[in-house]
Write a protein that binds this ligand. Sequence first.
Ligand SMILES: C[S@@+](CC[C@H](N)C(=O)[O-])C[C@H]1O[C@@H](n2cnc3c(N)ncnc32)[C@H](O)[C@@H]1O
Length: 282
Amino acid sequence: MTSRAATRPHSRLRSSGGAVVGTVTRGTTNPNRLRRMDRWIAATHGRELRRAPDPVAVDLGYGAAPWTAVELLTRLRMTAPHARVVGIEIEPARVAAARPYERDGLTFRHGGFEVPVPQRPHLIRAANVLRQYDEAQVAAVWERLCARLAPADPETGSRGGLLVEGTCDEIGRRHVWVALGPEGPRTVTFATRLGSLERPSDLAERLPKALIHRNVPGEPVHAFLRDFDRAWAAAAPYASYGARQRWIRAVRELTADWPVTDGPARWRQGEVTLTWEALAPR
Ligand SMILES: C[S@@+](CC[C@H](N)C(=O)[O-])C[C@H]1O[C@@H](n2cnc3c(N)ncnc32)[C@H](O)[C@@H]1O
């Protein structure tokens, strides 16, 4: 990419010609980069996908190569065999490059935050996309994407589609994402390869756009990471049983003061999930 527009989105959300909403940004991606997010989605949202008659998942902004979309299909199909994935990219050349990888259940399409698929998706995953936009744009993008999700259905108990929006490092060892339903933000998940972690606040550099500028004193996310580091330090004796045991101990400690929504089965994976309200910017 050559122009400034390719690396710096404009400060207002806009159509980049026709009805495509958003701006082309760097296409950096890597194979297996989003495995932690994929596995979490399959574990926590698999039931919704399984019971939908035609479960459609969107990999929004899959980047310069289609790996993350291919992998999302594979992982979703382990839990929801009828799931389909549509990869959507705002950069037309990246769509053309991805087309040879189309297969049963996987298609690629040019588009942006308008999410140009005929049905309302059961999942929209936007990884490392909003990071390159302005913080002030996040609320409008979330609102737009949430409005596209499959609606909740009180009759069946369905909570509706899920938007998973977050950020990770180049090889997916550190990840933080927000999960939103049609009604708005629900949770924040921290996920890491435990062997690579010196302290939990190492994850701060991968906070999603809505939180990364809020990691300052007085903001909940800053207090949370401070408490997490303290709990991690207090759990040091468990390190002799391995980083996993230390993480589990530290998260258990955190549950006294923070609304952690998951349990040891997820903590074992190097994850912890909290309610969005607990970390939302003040
Ligand atoms: C850093 S890459 C991320 C690739 C992949 N999701 C990953 O995490 O490895 C961001 C991609 O999002 C695309 N993008 C940015 N805004 C978009 C939008 N509004 N709609 C669709 N794609 C968008 C960019 O063109 C770029 O290819």
